[in-house]
Design a protein. Structure first.
Length: 218
């Protein structure tokens, strides 16, 4: 099957006890979806995937989500310090799943593309100093820390709209490269699964520097 989505937005849900207009993470996701979709609409018919059920709270997962990730050209990571949480590890599971897809797909591209263009695009909305060095040192990321509730919408804000356009063009380029492959990149998507929580816990602790025990070692 061909790619179905231009990108998959991976995010940690916010506090559902807050009203929508006070919920930073919900506002971020809704505005990012609109802004990215608006730019990509002029380039491709492929949609931006968002798991809206996640905004209701809880640790949601189903096979449809795994398939959607596999059917996406790129994954956009909405980074805040709670993104890599060992207790609610679904974001880390998505991240590692996309790394797996990336490791399979990039070698199929020409050498220039695979050395410069990853398939994971981090956007840092809060906590840049906590962004794991594994990401900060190896991937290009966008700094959106100046985004705030009550400000101008992302698509109309000069601090962000040029970055959104650049991101959309990057995503579109990856779509074209993957679709030009002689091998269907989504051939196994019906059976693709995220890694289990147990498979990512140690990795989360490693990249975040969180130890399993709160007691100091003597």
């Amino acid at each position: 099957m061909p790619l179905k989505y231009s990108c998959f937005i991976s995010f940690r849900h916010g506090d559902r006890s807050l009203p929508t207009d006070k919920n930073l993470l919900e506002t971020i996701i809704r505005q990012l979806k609109v802004a990215l979709s608006s730019e990509l609409e002029a380039l491709t018919t492929k949609e931006v995937y968002v798991d809206w059920e996640r905004l209701k709270g809880g640790d949601f997962y189903n096979q449809a989500l795994s398939t959607a990730l596999c059917e996406s050209a790129c994954m956009v990571v909405v980074y805040v310090p709670t993104y890599f949480d060992q207790h609610k590890a679904y974001c880390a599971r998505e991240y590692k799943a996309m790394e797996k897809l990336e490791s399979k797909r990039l070698p199929l591209l020409n050498s220039a593309a695979q050395s410069k263009h990853g398939l994971i695009i981090p956007i840092v909305f809060r906590g840049l100093k906590f962004l794991p060095s594994e990401i900060k040192d190896n991937r290009a990321y966008y700094d959106f820390q100046s985004f705030q509730l009550g400000g101008r919408e992302m698509s109309r804000n000069s601090n962000f709209n040029s970055k959104i356009r650049e991101m959309a063009e990057y995503i579109y380029d990856r779509c074209r490269e993957l679709e030009a492959l002689p091998i269907d990149p989504c051939l196994e998507c019906d059976h693709f699964k995220l890694p289990d929580k147990e498979e990512v816990i140690d990795w989360i602790k490693e990249v975040t520097g969180v130890r399993s025990s709160s007691f100091p070692r003597l």
